[in-house]
Structures are given as C-alpha cells and as structure tokens.
Ligand binder design. Structure first.
Ligand code: ZN
Length: 403
C-alpha cells in the first residue's frame, strides 16, 4: 500500500531512460528498504533499474543463480497520480463501491474471482486512479520474500538476484538491463494474475508501419491531380475484417492485427499496427496478409504509393523455456508446495520475461494475484500476495535441493 502511493506512471512518448524520472522515487524507497533488510550491494543505476543480491548460504557451490524481477512503473492507460489504496478487511462477498467515485463499483458478478477472497482482505484504489497492483504487488512480494529469507538463514538457497525495472508498460522494461551486472542464469517475473497461475508462453509480436504517399495539389485546382492519403488510410482501415483478425474479436490462442495509431495530412498518412500470434509462422502470415490488403487499396489510387515495414517487438518465450524445462517445472513444484493447483497459461501479450528469455535469462511469469489491471477497478487479494511470496521462498529452496 505504500508503494502504490508513489506515482510511477511511464510515458510511451518519452525517449529518455527511464521514460519518466518519477519512477526513481519508488526505486529510492526500495533501495533504502533493501539496505535496511541487510542487503549490502543494492544499487539503482541512472536508468532507474534496481539490482540487489541475497548471497548464497548453501554449502553447495553449484546452485544456479536465479533472479526475481518485477516492474515498478504503472500503465499510461489510467491515472497513477494520488493513488489512495483502500484495504477492505474481511471481505463479505458484496459489491464494493469505491469511495472517491461511487460510479466505480467492483461487482462480484463481473469479477467472480472476488468470491475466492470472502473472509480475506482485499485492496482496491479509491475510484479516480488505477491501483498499481500491476506490478507493485510483484515488488511487494519480492521484498517480503527477500526480508523473510534474510531473517531465516536456516533456509538454504543459492545466490538470489533481485531486479526491479522501469518502463515495462511502454515496452522498454529490458532496454537498459545490464545482464552482466545481473549475473543470473534463470529468472522469474512476478507479474501474473490468479493464484497458482504460471505463464510460460507469450505472443510473438511484430509492429508494422504503413506510410501512404498521396499526391498534393492546390485544392482549388486539384481536379484529376490530388490523391488524398488520408482517404486512402481510411479506406484501408475500413478494409480490415470486422469480425475476425482483431483484438476485439479473438481470444485464447488466436492471433490478430490491430491498428493503434494513425496520423497524417492529405499528402501523407501513417498507420501503425501491432501484429500478434503464438505461432511464429502465423505471425509472418499476418504481416503478409496486411501488406497484400494495403497493396490492393493503394493500387486503386493511381499516383499513390506506400512504404510497408515490419519490425520485431518480442518473441514467444516458450521456445527458450522448452530448452530449460526445469525452470518452469520448479516453479510449478513451488506453487504446489504452497498448497495451490498450478494453472499453466499463455499470456496474450508479452512480459519482460519474453525479452529476458531471448537475452539469455529464461524467465517464466508467476502470479501475484492482481486483477482488473490498468483500470480504476484494479484490485488484489492479500492472501494471494502471501502465497506468491511463499512460492518465491519455495522456489529458492527447490533450486538448492536439486543442485
Ligand atoms: Zn505488469
């Protein structure tokens, strides 16, 4: 509840690292707390990354170095200024009206997972902002597990690295990670939802950009000359299928193509898309289909031309994790030891772990309990966070036992 009150919203339009300087305000608090807990080498770098090590207390020399990671920023979709967390003790199963905007009602019918928390404590925001459980719940459970391990030296573990990253929500969470300084072999992000969930698969993600060049002329004397790029852009968007191939019409393992930004003038218009699929071949197909559609529209307008580019954003972590099956298997074992059923899931998105996996740190994602993220109705059950912290401790023990 302390961490969420610090505004750490990241900014997709910023080119600095971190994208917003205020993210360091939480970094500073974490640094102080890590040092107070007895971690001597905790540091925050100029980019806002916080690194720390809990040193091995095992006689075994071969215990792999594992890392626990969460992001300190909150999503730009919803205000993160003046977050006022509300603790609802002993939840009674009824709808929760948020105090600062009573039109914001957390309904048990819309969020059936609330019923799992009857009798437990729930944290919500107050109605005007998101809560920031994504991913400050991850920060909190890592901090809790770290302080518990330091207070309980009889629990044997290898070197454990802690990493807090800025800018995950704007796709730059791994941009400035120093992998050498981190020095870990395997990692886990704590950035997932329902208790027991373990995510080892993410989308493959590309971005596509279409620049449409029209032909400009004085509008008073444009007959037979002007070709309006804006109208072509509109036509192209209208050509996209209405009931398939979009985020609003797909779920589970289906991929999609999604226009997310358009800008321009009569002479030139640019449309940006994101392309997503779990299967890499299908992702490539989406790109080709989009290029084909765009080409057809352009060809109907003599004089108009287009530039079509695709760039890689991130790749499905499963391909890497399958080469190191113990990473996800130990996480599943740790979740079971906390008394939960394991729910292995695919993320219809990416996590820092997708990129980390391809940067040499195989890194599935573990639950913290966060719900209704990126919205004013965001909430989390305290018991889920407790189980998440316990999962971390069990994971440290399992890596030591199996070495
Ligand atoms: Zn997150």
């Amino acid at each position: 509840m302390r961490y969420v009150q610090i505004d750490t919203q990241s900014n997709p339009h910023s080119n600095t690292h971190p994208t917003t300087e205020k993210q360091k305000n939480l970094g500073k608090v974490l640094l102080k707390e890590l040092k107070k807990a007895g971690i001597t080498n905790a540091e925050m770098d100029e980019y806002g990354y916080v690194y720390a090590t809990i040193f091995s207390n095992s006689e075994k020399q071969n215990v792999p170095v594992i890392c626990f990671c969460s992001h300190i920023d909150t999503a730009p979709d919803c205000s993160g200024t003046n977050v006022k967390p509300v603790l609802h003790k002993n939840y009674d199963g009824k709808d929760i009206v948020l105090p600062d905007d009573t039109s914001q009602v957390l309904k048990a019918d819309n969020y059936p997972y609330l019923r799992n928390h009857i009798g437990g404590d729930i944290i919500t925001a107050s109605g005007n902002t998101l809560l920031g459980a994504d991913d400050k719940s991850g920060v909190a459970v890592i901090m809790e597990a770290a302080s518990w391990l330091l207070k309980n030296p009889s629990i044997k573990h290898g070197d454990i690295k802690i990493l807090f990253t800025p800018d995950e929500e704007v796709g730059k969470g791994t941009a400035k990670i120093d992998m050498e300084k981190l020095g870990a072999q395997f990692g886990y992000t704590l950035d997932g939802g329902e208790a027991g969930s373990l995510e080892d698969e993410t989308f493959n993600a590309d971005g596509a950009k279409i620049i449409i060049h029209g032909v400009i002329a004085h509008p008073g004397y444009a007959k037979g000359k002007l070709v309006n790029a804006l109208k072509i852009a509109g036509e192209l968007l209208n050509t996209l299928p209405k009931n398939e191939w979009s985020p609003e019409s797909t779920e589970k393992i289906e991929g999609f193509v999604h226009p997310l930004h358009v800008e321009g003038v009569a002479e030139k218009a640019t449309i940006e898309f994101i392309l997503r699929d779990f299967n890499l071949d299908k992702l490539k197909d989406h790109g080709e289909k989009l290029m084909h559609l765009a080409g057809e529209v352009i060809s109907k307008h003599p004089g108009a031309t287009m530039e079509f580019t695709i760039h890689e954003q991130y790749r499905n972590m499963k391909e890497i994790l399958d080469k190191h099956p113990q990473v996800a298997a130990y996480a599943a074992e740790a979740i079971k030891r906390t008394g939960l059923d394991v729910k292995t899931e695919s993320i219809r998105g990416g996590t820092d772990g997708s990129r980390l996996s391809y940067m040499g740190l195989p890194c599935p994602n573990i639950f913290t309990g966060m719900q209704a993220i990126h919205s004013k109705l965001e909430w989390i059950g305290v018991n889920d966070m407790v189980k998440s912290a316990k999962t971390i401790v069990h994971l440290c023990m399992i890596w030591e036992e199996r070495s």
